[in-house]
Design a binder for this molecule. Structure first.
Ligand SMILES: N[C@@H](CCC(=O)N[C@@H](CS)C(=O)NCC(=O)O)C(=O)O
Length: 235
């Protein structure tokens, strides 16, 4: 069977993994999950006990969670090096370094901002402190990423890789949380605009919004969360 990527909306980091599957070009299926709704139901714990997306059902029916583990699964099947590199190459080391930075410090810097936004019941003093903490952390991590970028059109070289997929889903959060204008980091902004214009990212973004869209043809259709949970969930 085809692997099934369980991706979240709204504004999930997993949107970039959908784009990566398009770049990879091998048959896959998707399961679209409302992160503010059904993902919080107890039954979702059968897929991921931490109630997070993404999750991947592998072609032999196992459930893998965590972006880095899912990216590793994609890379191991990327026989033509479309979105990754020979694991023994310098490019592969650099891709892992960039992905790890983006998936840890860069992404985690937004956590206080999400916590402030979602706090219920509200606590204005704590929310204000979280917003200040989050803004500073996001700016610091953007400064670091800006310094890490070279002059290549994508994070590594002349075509998008898994690193760009891990980046593009999270990159837009700086606008959503109104941290600072994107133009403050010219290299990051150029990369973002290039990725956001990419057909695979446009396709993934349309699916995330719930719009119909035409992709590369690799997507074999969506499966409901209920079916994924019944067939592949634990317990
Ligand atoms: N370490 C996990 C983090 C996944 C994560 O935080 N996902 C977010 C969406 S981008 C989520 O599901 N958050 C739970 C929520 O919004 O309630 C990974 O890298 O896959």
């Amino acid at each position: 069977m085809e692997p099934i990527l369980v991706y979240g909306f709204p504004l999930g980091s997993s949107m970039g993994l959908v784009a990566a599957l398009e770049w990879l070009g091998k048959p896959y299926r998707l399961c679209r999950v409302d992160m503010l709704g059904v993902m919080r139901n107890p039954s979702y714990a059968r897929l991921n006990a931490r109630h997070e997306t993404p999750a991947l059902v592998t072609d032999d029916g196992r459930v893998i969670t965590e972006t880095m583990a899912i990216a590793h699964w994609f890379a191991a099947r990327d026989t033509e090096w479309r979105i990754s590199f020979d694991p023994r190459s310098a490019e592969a080391d650099r891709m892992m370094q960039l992905m790890a930075f983006i998936n840890t410090g860069f992404t985690a810097a937004f956590s206080p901002l999400w916590a402030a936004l979602e706090m219920d019941p509200r606590d204005p003093v704590l929310q204000d402190a979280l917003r200040r903490w989050g803004r500073e952390a996001v700016i610091a991590r953007h400064d670091k990423l800006e310094a890490m970028l070279g002059d290549s059109p994508y994070l590594l070289g002349d075509h998008p890789t898994l690193a760009d997929g891990v980046f593009v889903g999270v990159a837009r959060w700086v606008d959503f949380h109104e941290v600072a204008p994107a133009s403050r980091w010219p290299r990051i902004e150029t990369l973002r605009r290039r990725l956001e214009a990419d057909p695979a990212v446009r396709f993934a973004s349309a699916l995330e919004r719930g719009d119909a869209a035409a992709g590369s043809g690799a997507l074999q259709g969506h499966i409901s969360l209920a079916e994924v949970t019944d067939r592949f969930g634990r317990g």
